[in-house]
Design a protein around this ligand. Structure first.
Ligand SMILES: [Zn+2]
Length: 315
């Protein structure tokens, strides 16, 4: 929480992209401080695409990044996990245009990052502390962020379905809360929308192994739901994955009402367009001001920084 991190050792996974239906392999590697999260298209000479709001390309049904015409699709689940687990720097080698959907949740990526381990640098982590409330509104959808001492989410959704309806969630995002409350929640869809989505060239890789499918009255997956409010928890997962495009951890309370990828990325663009809305601050500066450890952070076991890291930027 105090210093920048990366992973300890490379890890990899393979699967199918949800929308393009392509087979894809990813390999996650350690990266130096101040790198951020950077995708490298190994099928295109390791062409780099930073996980940044600057490269947001498409936001219908999934978030895609594009740089100089090179695409990375469906980035939100993987980025959600990096952001929530507090991993600031990594390279993600990827040999196709879409991140694999795996089981449709964040869990496989949480397991991968746990297997990879955390390496802590000596460079102090910079947070973006929100100073004023910002709101984006559109046709009954609304998303805002308010000043807060930690990263909080309030999220609600409505789907006219007997098993979904109105659901809401309110939590502080810490690595522990995320891993238990958010990351197991899978992406979801409704059986009557599948044909239309396929006709739009989407969900070519969809299956009951990669997400939840509701028909008119039931869940089609043999194992049922992982939480009664799994859809709302998944929306929170997506929301965090889109906020991750800010590239720095947030100190703020995000309230999202029926918002989707387009609204999430609009909020990010709005925040980043006005530097008076936030300040960059280290954990120590925050401590000096408040005098007491922050909510949630008080119990967080800080990994010890490595005594010397050769060839990396210090403070
Ligand atoms: Zn999702």
């Amino acid at each position: 929480m105090r210093f920048e991190t990366t992973i300890q050792r490379p890890v990899e996974a393979e699967g199918i992209g949800l929308h393009h239906g392509v087979k894809v392999r990813i390999r996650i590697l350690p990266a130096p401080p101040m790198t951020g999260i950077v995708f490298l298209r190994t099928d295109l000479d390791r062409f780099p695409i930073p996980a940044s709001w600057r490269y947001v390309a498409r936001v219908s049904y999934a978030t895609s990044l594009m740089r100089q015409g090179v695409l990375i699709s469906t980035t939100e689940h993987l980025l959600s996990v990096f952001y929530s687990m507090g991993i600031d720097n990594a390279y993600i080698e990827i040999d196709n245009l879409e991140v694999p959907i795996l089981d449709g949740s964040g869990d496989p990526f949480v397991k991968l990052l746990r297997e990879a381990g955390v390496r802590t640098y000596r460079r102090r982590k910079r947070y973006y502390r929100i100073r004023r409330e910002v709101t984006v509104e559109q046709k009954g959808k609304r998303i805002s962020i308010q000043p807060a001492a930690s990263f909080f989410l309030t999220c609600n959704i409505f789907f006219d379905h007997p098993l979904v309806g109105e659901q809401s969630l309110d939590l502080e995002v810490t690595p522990e809360n995320y891993a238990t409350e958010i990351s197991p929640a899978r992406t979801f869809g409704f059986s009557w929308e599948l044909d239309a989505l396929r006709n739009m060239g989407l969900i070519r890789g969809a299956s009951l192994d990669g997400g939840v499918c509701f028909d008119r009255t039931t869940v089609m997956n043999p194992g049922g739901l992982r939480f009664p409010d799994e859809p709302c928890r998944h929306k929170a997962l997506d929301l965090i994955g889109d906020l991750a495009l800010i590239g720095k951890p947030l100190l703020g309370h995000v309230v999202a009402e029926r918002a989707g990828h387009a609204m999430h990325t609009a909020l990010v663009a709005r925040i980043m367009s006005d530097p008076s809305l936030y300040e960059m601050i280290t954990y120590d500066q925050l401590m000096e001001r408040s005098g007491t450890p922050l909510n949630g952070w008080a119990t967080y076991a800080e990994p010890k920084p490595e005594p010397a890291v050769i060839g990396t930027a210090g403070d």
